[in-house]
Design a protein around this ligand. Sequence first.
Ligand code: ADP
Length: 396
Amino acid sequence: MSKENILIINCGSSSMKFAVINPATGEEAINGIAERLGSPESLIRWKFEGNKEREELNGGAHDAAVAALLSMLADKGLKDSIAAVGHRVVHGGETFKESCLVNEEVMQAIENCSHLAPLHNPANLIGIKAAQKHFPGLPMSVVFDTSFHQTMPEHAYIYPLPYEFYRDHGVRKYGFHGTSYRFVAKRVCEMLNLEVSNSKVIIGHLGNGASAAAVLNGEGVDTTMGLTPLEGLVMGTRCGNVDPNIYSFLNKEYGYSLDEITDILNKKSGLLGMSELSNDCRAIEEACEEGNKQAQLAMDVFCYVLAKQLAGLMVATGGCDALAFTGGIGENSDAIRGKVLEMLGFMGFEMDAQKNLDCRFGNEGVITSDSSKATAIVVSTNEELMIAKDTAILIG
Ligand code: ADP
């Protein structure tokens, strides 16, 4: 069997997403997720040839998930089609400016970045080690969420804090969702016939976690997420930008601990916090239609902050050839896109209501009118394919 596929592994602290992808065609042979790893309910489920299947892992964690994945892939006749494994890694700090093959030095460097992403990098390393154990002899690559943004100029990534925090502890803006931005920026240029080397693209990656980025001539020049994914836009459960003094205020006035406040800002804020209903954009949109005022407020704040930060990013590019929407919300919510384009109307965006409605559920395309002075476009992101392509290039 020809080794045409790449296995993509994306480990979280209690989950592991995976897919087998042909980097040349983009075809996905199988995809799935192992969840609740390390708990009695741990299980692995996947979709193969249109069928959904699952298997209990009986309390197993990442290692058990990779072992089950291996035997399932062997069962389906896919194991021998895999040429390499591509791992998603969240934080590459300033060390990793691009994807690379895994060796001892790389593993150590990822570990050295763990203090910057204490929930994610250790889980990513566990995934790599489990894959090395169960898929011995296969080359492994690592693709970082942060590396795309390493081309940001100093004035975009330095926080106005005492400089020693940057010098001694690496406190700066890093940005995330980089794999998605790399994919979408290229796709936008293809779709609009723009030359990458002469392009100004602003991208909103709007999922449960949401950020936006400014891409100049194919390179990341600014982004809304920061040292951590909490900074920037309003998200499903994260607050995005708020006054940093909120920590001392909630602590001194109301006795919340540091950990409690961190938990509130990351897991109980955003759409969920404001609506007191849900972090899910679809549920918020439905509640708005039913006249729920708090859901409407959550939606208004989400869109206002988004429009304001998208406009701000245009300072980094000095203009905008295309504003791209991607991620679950960006690819599907005509309501949010419509609202944002209306607010950015003064910059020349004129929405085409029908095109906006058409671009949902996997349909890509321009959503501004033919006479619009500025262009907005919907693009389906594919981070797994990007990881597969990087891996294929790295193994030659
Ligand atoms: P993640 O950050 O977890 O990868 P996704 O990119 O899958 O997130 O996006 C999840 C978000 O997309 C959710 O808020 C979900 O409600 C939203 N979404 C998905 N489909 C629609 C839709 N048809 N209309 C509005 N929002 C949608």
